[in-house]
Design a protein around this ligand. Structure first.
Ligand code: GNR
Ligand code: NI
Length: 166
């Protein structure tokens, strides 16, 4: 296993649209294992392949208390979105920034699991937030893009300063 480098906003590679996985092979499984290790190490509750500069539709999530409930979503599709919820989000690609985003409250998601087997789940609360946040990454979208242009520019400047080390 390996800890992967997480791209930092506003790295333009975060705006890449991911392609579907056509075969859940050993290479994809190795990437999933490395993504899980990277997410737990960070620590975070989710990670999209986009964030580690792999532009394939792969997400890992663990919103459990004891961090022993890894969920893998390959080629995820949202079938149903119901209601709305506000949640103060953070992102491993935008460290230190927490802002409220409005998303669907409850969703039905279809995806492939780690073995390439299709499954369907209904999610609400934090899990629903996290799935939508990660699926945005696969579309090349970072949560700060929901904020006003003024806030986005302030966050960009702050991140660029941090990345220069002053
Ligand atoms: O670790 C994470 N926490 C989090 C908190 C609120 C809403 C979304 C998230 S996802 C984030 C990890 C991450 O950046 N995933 O892309
Ligand atoms: Ni994120």
């Amino acid at each position: 296993m390996a800890i992967l480098n997480i791209l930092q906003y506003p790295d333009p590679r975060l705006y890449t649209v991911a392609k579907p996985v056509d075969n859940v092979d050993a290479k994809v499984k190795k990437l999933i294992d490395d993504m899980a290790e990277t997410m737990y190490d960070a620590p975070g509750i989710g990670l999209a392949a986009t964030q580690v500069n792999v532009h394939q539709q792969i997400i890992v999530i663990d919103t459990s208390e004891n961090k022993k409930d890894l969920q893998v979503f390959i080629n995820p599709r949202i079938n149903t979105k119901v209601g709305s919820q506000d949640y103060e989000e953070g992102c491993l690609s935008v460290p230190g920034v927490y802002e409220t985003v409005t998303r669907a409250d409850s969703i039905v998601v279809e995806a492939l699991d780690r073995n390439g087997k299709p499954f369907k789940i209904e999610a609400d609360g934090l899990l629903a937030v996290c799935i939508q946040h990660e699926m945005d990454h696969l579309l090349g979208k970072v949560f700060v893009q929901y904020l006003s242009p003024l806030k986005q520019n302030r966050i960009k400047t702050k991140m660029q300063k941090m990345q220069r080390g002053r």
